[in-house]
Design a protein around this ligand. Structure first.
Ligand code: BG6
Length: 501
């Protein structure tokens, strides 16, 4: 993970496959603009956009500028032409079919000419901002055209977006294809949750403080609850979601990243390999999931933020009898010395009561009741809540004596809020990821074995669900906290979920 982000990366070309797509305009280009603000763009940068539609370089550039300007305006900001020119001084659009060799021949010529003109040292970052069905093809075509080979001193790197496969087998096949043409050190598999400051901060909290690590284990922790709740629905992505569902969309990637950050052993250094090795080790310790550990749900109509919301089955491009899950909750056990017997409860879903992502660590109760008025069962337990988004914060809940003549206890909180302490520069969450890739730091990217281990954990559930239709779908109202079966999952262990708010 790049320390204080001061040095600009080496000059290079960034080739964006999917230049006209959503990701390019919403995240990649704004992230480059924000990097320019911090002086963290390469001194010489050439952007090459590849896509199948007809466009001139000028049209491509202007469309991206307009979109950026509009987005900035919405947040009361104005586009700064100096910063924009740092991003846009060399932008070339190449019309081409991702599946045709001809595109890569043209790209090769264009890269050679651009490099000669701008002296980019042969450095190229290929960004696959395309539908996942193109990942393997693009990697293979780059390889066959000789574009993936690193030259003396010059780098060739590839960013791969999510979803990385649909199950263990397809993830393995995709890894095998990428690794046929590129080395692991050239491949940057993105999980955008790792671009979030609050997620990166979990490592700082745990490993840069003497306070937490000694209590971060089964002796002190009762259980962990990880929630990634969204109140939005599927936002017009019916075609994608019908093939994907909540489990594939969120669990082996985003939720498991949160689990890994919380549960991994301390690495020997902040070096990428040291951290990734510890994460991979943690995944290997996860107990295979059984169907009894997992609950699925699908939203019905309801009220979200006081507005009526339609049922999932009524969304565009969704089958009226769809059995795709929009909610999943599970109980995960990690079989290692630190976590044996400490369940990790995970849940994620669309159209829930609120947008709320948090990791809540519940500590064991005080062992006996010192206070006659309050029996130990009634004492609130202590919680450490890492609030990932929104209202990013870290909150510690503990018991305190309520002022007054009697010894009455009350649960109180100490809170650190990011926005109170830090002046935050505008960010879309891709800045660190792109910057780290440009400087060759793979800490925040997923290694092949990690991705496969994560799919391996959910594989029995994917297989089990494929063979049995869910009963009672839809089973939760839009705007609620999810299906009641999710509550039963914790009630079985004598526990309950925190409120989603
Ligand atoms: C994406 C999923 O990877 O993450 C979406 O495909 C989800 O379905 C999104 O809404 C959540 O990301 P964030 O950053 O908005 O919490």
């Amino acid at each position: 993970m790049s320390g204080s982000h001061k040095e600009p990366p080496p000059s290079c070309a960034i080739v964006i496959f999917g230049a006209n797509g959503d990701l390019t305009k919403r995240l990649i280009v704004p992230a480059l603009y924000n990097l320019a603000r911090g002086g963290m763009l390469p001194e010489r940068l050439a952007l090459i956009g590849v896509d199948h539609n007809d466009k001139t370089s000028g049209q491509w550039r202007d469309a991206l500028r307009d979109f950026l300007a509009q987005t900035l305006e919405k947040s009361g900001d104005k586009i700064d032409d100096k910063l924009w020119s740092a991003v846009s001084r060399s932008m070339t659009f190449l019309r081409g079919d991702f599946e045709k060799g001809e595109t890569y021949k043209q790209l090769n010529d264009l890269l050679a000419a651009t490099d000669k003109q701008q002296n980019l040292g042969g450095n190229v970052l290929f960004y696959m901002a395309v539908a996942d069905r193109f990942f393997a093809t693009i990697a293979a075509k780059l390889g066959e055209a000789g574009l993936a080979a690193q030259t003396e001193g010059g780098f060739r790197r590839l960013i791969v977006e999510k979803p990385f496969g649909h199950d263990l087998e397809s993830a393995r096949a995709l890894n095998a294809c990428l690794l046929k043409y590129l080395k692991e050190e050239q491949i940057y598999r993105i999980d955008h949750f790792l671009g979030k400051e609050t997620v990166q901060n979990i490592m700082a909290l745990r490993f840069a403080n003497g306070l937490f690590e000694p209590i971060w284990n089964r002796d002190r922790i009762d259980h962990v609850q990880i929630t990634v709740a969204e109140n939005i629905g599927i936002e017009g992505r019916g075609n994608f979601y019908e093939k994907t569902g909540a489990l594939r969309d969120m669990v082996p990637n985003h939720l498991f990243q949160l689990v890994a950050m919380t549960a991994m052993e301390p690495p020997v250094s902040f070096d990428a390999e040291a951290i990734r090795a510890k994460k991979a080790e943690m995944f290997k310790a996860v107990h295979p999931l059984t169907l009894g550990d997992v609950v699925r749900g699908q939203y019905d109509s309801g009220m979200v933020a006081e507005k009526p919301a339609a049922a999932y089955r009524k969304e565009a491009n969704v089958a009226p009898d769809s059995n795709v899950e929009t909610f999943v909750a599970m109980r995960l056990l990690i079989d290692n010395w630190r976590w044996a017997g400490v369940p990790f409860y995970l849940r994620t879903g669309k159209r829930l009561a609120a947008r709320s992502t948090e990791i809540a660590i519940r500590f064991k109760r005080a062992p006996y009741a010192l206070f006659r008025e309050t029996p130990v069962e009634e004492l609130d337990a202590d919680w450490l809540i890492l609030r990932v988004q929104p209202d990013e914060s870290i909150r510690l809940r503990f018991n305190a004596k309520r002022p007054g003549p009697t010894m009455a206890l009350e649960s109180v909180a100490m809170e650190f809020k990011y926005k109170d302490w830090f002046q935050q520069a505008p960010a879309v969450g891709y800045e660190t990821l792109i910057y780290d890739c440009l400087i060759g730091d793979q800490t925040l990217f997923q290694r092949a074995d990690q991705v496969e281990a994560a799919w391996g954990v959910v594989e029995p559930v994917l297989k089990g669900w494929a063979g049995t239709a869910p009963r009672h779908f839809p089973n939760y109202a839009a705007g609620s906290e999810g299906p009641s079966a999710a509550n039963d999952l914790l009630a079985r262990d004598g526990r309950s979920w925190r409120t989603i708010k």
